[in-house]
Design a binder for this molecule. Structure first.
Ligand SMILES: *Cc1c(COP(=O)(O)O)cnc(C)c1O
Length: 376
């Protein structure tokens, strides 16, 4: 059996090696390392894939979120509402800019931000909502957009884990994750669903004025060469990464399908087990399974992970601590017990290997090993 990894980038590369190598060497031959034709081509390709007017590439997903808040003109003291159950970057950029992160609880089934909790957290200082499409399925965007309209707030979608997922509106129309709010952000960190071979990120919007500002903000606030209208940052997707992403974007829908194939295998194997709750997908979204995350009931999680590791199976906890209980973010506004759903989920989740290269032999071995421990 092939070695089991959380993410198997090596096997994925083997399938597209020639295409990838050729596109990398094209960039080296051209020496257009920064903002070369590969970057422009990738921007166009991603605009088309997402059906958005503008894609602005940048250095990573964290920068994408930070630059979005800068370009929207958010000021110290402004409150930004986001979920307490996410990767730290979402709240980190809010704090770095001197804005006030306002954390809220999540839905117990999807683990995504709870729209009712958002509405309760709104104050006269609230300026924006940052829903995170966690683990690969969309947050409840129709409700979130409704709240944003009602209170005149910006919506910045953190789509770092959900590129390729579709949001399905009540009327049946679909939009890609990240293409719904004022701005969408994504990351091309190697292990993300559309991963580069280094760092990368992108910002999406359908707003022409905002797109101009975002392009300036990622490039030192420059509008005309050496004329700086804003205080910006330096955040770029380099041409070699763009060349790699141009190849991988063509395979993204296939990659999403492969992740769903693995997820279905897991779902079937764990169906009806009273100690395991398999991922619950909301009706308004497709799932691209950035993570495959189980919720355990009355199972010794640490011992389960040890059991799996001893059999050569990696397993991870995404995430062990909600943001309001992270040392750097401990704030007199919050205490343990404030967000009971997220707190409970942090104690009971475990994520299994999930990537595009899992074969049935590996999937059987993983699910058998989980069940062997659970049913003992
Ligand atoms: C990965 C990730 C980010 C940050 O992306 P980087 O490219 O690593 O900076 C932000 N938010 C979420 C939800 C992520 O998963």
């Amino acid at each position: 059996m092939k070695e089991i990894r959380m993410v198997d980038l090596k096997s994925q590369y083997e399938h597209i090696k020639e295409e990838i190598n050729n596109s990398i060497f094209e960039v080296i031959d051209s020496t257009a390392f920064i903002n070369g034709p590969a970057v422009k081509k990738f921007q166009k390709n991603l605009e088309e894939y997402l059906n958005v007017k503008h894609v602005i590439t940048c250095g990573n997903g964290t920068d994408a979120l930070q630059v979005s808040m800068m370009a929207l003109g958010l000021k110290p003291g402004d409150e930004v509402i986001t979920t307490t159950f996410t990767f730290i970057a979402t709240a980190e950029v809010i704090a770095i800019l001197g804005l006030t992160p306002v954390l809220v609880d999540i839905d117990k089934d999807t683990f995504n931000i709870d729209p009712k909790a958002i509405e309760k957290a709104i104050t006269p200082k609230t300026k924006a909502i940052v829903p995170v499409h966690l683990f690969g399925q969309c947050a409840d965007m129709e409700k979130i957009q409704e709240i944003a309209r009602k209170y005149n707030l910006y919506v910045i979608e953190d789509a770092c884990q959900a590129i390729g997922a579709d949001y399905i509106f009540n009327d049946g129309t679909k939009k890609k994750a990240g293409a719904i709010g004022n701005i969408g952000c994504t990351s091309f960190f190697p292990s993300k669903n559309l991963g580069a071979y280094g760092d990368g990120g992108a910002i999406f919007t359908n707003d022409d004025k905002l797109a101009e500002k975002l392009s300036a903000f990622v490039n030192h606030g420059m509008t005309v060469r050496y004329y700086h209208d804003y205080i910006g940052v330096n955040s770029r997707l380099d041409s070699i990464q763009a060349a790699i992403l141009n190849v991988k974007l063509k395979h993204l829908d296939y990659y999403c399908a492969e992740r769903n194939r693995a997820a279905n295998y897991y779902n079937n194997a764990f169906a009806n087990n009273t100690k395991i709750k398999t991922p619950v997908k909301a009706a308004f979204t497709t799932h691209v399974f950035h993570q495959y995350t189980l919720l355990l009931k009355n199972v010794d999680r640490k011992a389960l992970i040890q059991h799996l590791n001893s059999k050569g199976i990696p397993a991870m906890i995404y995430y062990p601590v909600p943001l309001h209980m992270q040392k750097a973010y401990i704030d007199p506004r919050y205490k343990n017990g404030d967000f009971p759903v997220a707190e409970e989920i942090c104690k009971s989740v475990v994520s299994l290997p999930m990537h595009t290269e899992l074969d049935n032999e590996q999937l059987k071995y993983i699910t058998d090993s989980v069940l062997e421990f659970i049913n003992k």
